[in-house]
Design a protein around this ligand. Structure first.
Ligand SMILES: Nc1ncnc2c1ncn2[C@@H]1O[C@H](COP(=O)(O)OP(=O)(O)O)[C@@H](O)[C@H]1O
Ligand SMILES: [Mg+2]
Length: 274
């Protein structure tokens, strides 16, 4: 049986990304940061606005370039700063060392070689709000790897808004002051929601089941947060298939939304019970 596809999957798949103006601008900043060896930038925003998708998109684009080595850490669930730097070293093929300092020295000399070979090195850390203070300090020390004119490694931290709050604390000021043009992603406008849905349907070659009235409901109920848009669309799409209907009446969107809320409520109860 052929694998069933849904245009409304919520995994952060960069191939189905619809580039809004805000995402284009964010990509421009990332490319700028890399091409001009600016050091550190950040992508911030609430859950579900598209940070991980953007990170994966930019990582794939940069990694495909001959003159760039791009490293992506999707979730920095490391117990120690040692484990963090070890993972980075491993990603570029450096051997394991006993201490953070040894890793740092090795990484710095490797970065120096990349600089001489005219290769940019980029590190993306998604879910960066999970980085401990020590790990953020390590990030700062990477930014000290530099020549007279440029940084040897370009770092893009993506995370929830609490990351910005943390970077703004006194302790983190040194890191915050190095941040170049951070991007804060916001929810989408009604027109963007519509275009994103159309884009995903086109990509997966599925007729768009949501006419204007349904679109309006989707926007209202999701507040323009892409993740919620897709969850509502995904559930509504399933319901439509079960009912054998091709075009969604607005009521189906409401039903899908209710079903999702019930599911969320159940998940929360289950979490509490654990
Ligand atoms: N511009 C977009 N075009 C298409 N899908 C998007 C867009 N932005 C977000 N999504 C989708 O919304 C969902 C949540 O996005 P994600 O990148 O995981 O958000 P975040 O990392 O900010 O929580 C994913 O399924 C993602 O593919
Ligand atoms: Mg994410």
């Amino acid at each position: 049986m052929p694998r069933k596809v849904t245009p409304f999957s919520i995994s952060p798949n960069p191939v189905s990304l619809y580039l809004t103006d805000a995402l284009e601008a964010a990509l421009f900043k990332i490319r700028y940061c890399v091409d001009y060896r600016q050091g550190l930038t950040a992508i911030l925003g609430d859950v579900g606005v598209g940070k991980s998708s953007l990170v994966r998109y930019a990582h794939a684009e940069l990694d495909a370039r001959e003159d760039v080595t791009s490293i992506l850490i999707p979730t920095p669930n490391f117990k120690t700063d040692y484990a963090f730097i070890q993972a980075i070293s491993q990603a570029v093929g450096l051997p394991s060392r006993r201490s953070v300092q040894q890793h740092e020295r090795e990484l710095e000399s490797w970065l120096g070689e990349q600089f001489l070979a005219d290769r940019a090195v980029v590190l993306f850390v998604d879910e960066a709000q999970k980085l401990s203070t020590k790990m953020l300090e390590l990030v700062r020390s990477f930014l000290n790897f530099e020549t007279d004119e440029t940084k040897l490694i370009q770092i893009i931290l993506a995370g929830q808004l609490e990351l910005r709050d943390r970077l703004q604390t006194k302790k983190m000021r040194a890191l915050f002051s190095r941040l170049i043009a951070p991007t804060v992603l916001s929810p989408m406008s009604p027109a963007e929601v519509e275009k994103m849905i159309q884009h995903r349907c086109d990509y997966w070659k599925v007729p768009n089941p949501f006419p204007a009235e349904a679109m309006r409901r989707i926007y209202l109920l999701s507040s323009g947060i892409p993740r919620d848009v897709l969850r509502i669309c995904g559930t509504a799409h399933q319901m439509l298939q079960l009912m054998g209907i091709k075009e969604s009446p607005p009521e189906v969107i409401d039903q899908a939304f209710q079903e999702l809320q019930l599911k969320d409520a159940q998940e929360i109860t289950e979490e509490v019970a654990v």
